[in-house]
Design a binder for this molecule. Structure first.
Ligand SMILES: [Zn+2]
Length: 302
């Protein structure tokens, strides 16, 4: 069951730059009656960091921002030590976008446009969310993004279908060229203890709620203010706040581990070439040098 409205196809809205600049954070709240949990986030600087390193702009940057925020929000609904990866697979194999949200509040992203395609087509594409469970298994779910909508609507469908939690999701990213003006969103979850009729109360409330783009543009926009508006006149407690930031968790060890997936002859031919291999991280652009000795070590490991 869906409720609320699907507002966007990741529109890139222009607006003037802001005077003040609060930092990124995510905040959780729980209503006193145990009916709802709300998670709200400001992700502007985090998304901007990812957009700058991926050198994207316009609608793609807006959708990319939405995916990063969606991935962060989903991670915040779960145990704090889990890592969540969100992937948009564009319609007609137009490309993919990846977002990683890690414990500690760091996030990063990657855009891979398919060859010869001008833009990743999010509407009608697929949204895939993955997380690693405690025992190392991967839990993943994939849903089709509605043909007239964006990541926000895809995320709402995902929560419904894959997580089976009645949720309202609203996510937005305001872009000017290649600069993120504001990004953020919220998720409202109906908890199992909810009293009958509470769903209708929230549905009615959110039907009249301003569009996320309007909320993001408000000078008062913060996660705390979003929660205050959503839970207006409903007693609630703020349960947790954490800082968010753009940061890549790449390392030489991870780069070498990535090379280990190559076939033995491919590694052997790299070793025979003899030179130092220059590899840059696709997520952040940081350069790594892998020596022939390190490559040879991979052959021994095989
Ligand atoms: Zn990196």
């Amino acid at each position: 069951m869906f409720f609320g409205t699907w507002l966007d196809n990741c529109p890139a809205l222009d607006k003037d730059s802001r005077v003040t600049s609060p930092s990124d954070s995510v905040l959780r709240a729980l209503t006193d009656d145990g009916s709802f949990r709300v998670i709200a986030a400001r992700t502007t600087d985090t998304v901007n960091g990812a957009v700058q390193t991926q050198k994207t702009s316009g609608n793609v940057a807006a959708c990319f921002g939405d995916l990063i925020t969606a991935t962060i929000l989903l991670r915040e609904t779960m145990a704090p030590q889990l890592r969540v990866q969100g992937i948009v697979r564009g319609k007609d194999a137009s490309g993919t976008m990846v977002a990683d949200s890690n414990p500690g509040g760091t996030a990063r992203g990657l855009i891979q446009l398919a060859k010869g395609k001008p833009e990743i087509r999010v509407a009608g594409g697929f949204l895939q969310m993955m997380r690693t469970l405690h025992d190392g298994r991967i839990h993943q779910g994939i849903v089709e993004i509605p043909t007239d909508a964006g990541v926000s609507a895809g995320m709402m469908r995902y929560m419904q279908v894959s997580e089976q939690i009645v949720s309202v999701v609203s996510i937005g990213t305001l872009v000017h060229g290649d600069r993120i003006l504001e990004s953020g969103g919220y998720i409202v979850q109906l908890l199992p203890e909810a009293q009958e009729g509470m769903l209708a109360v929230m549905t009615e409330r959110l039907a009249d709620f301003p569009a996320i783009e309007t909320l993001l543009q408000s000078p008062e926009f913060t996660p705390a203010h979003l929660i205050e508006e959503i839970l207006y006149r409903m007693p609630y407690a703020l349960t947790e706040q954490s800082a968010l930031r753009f940061e890549c968790n790449c390392s030489l060890v991870r780069v070498i581990a990535g090379l280990a997936t190559l076939k033995a002859d491919e590694i052997r031919s790299l070793v025979e070439e003899g030179g130092v291999l220059d590899i840059s991280c696709d997520f952040c652009g940081k350069g790594y040098e892998v020596s022939p000795e390190q490559l040879r070590g991979l052959l021994k490991a095989n």
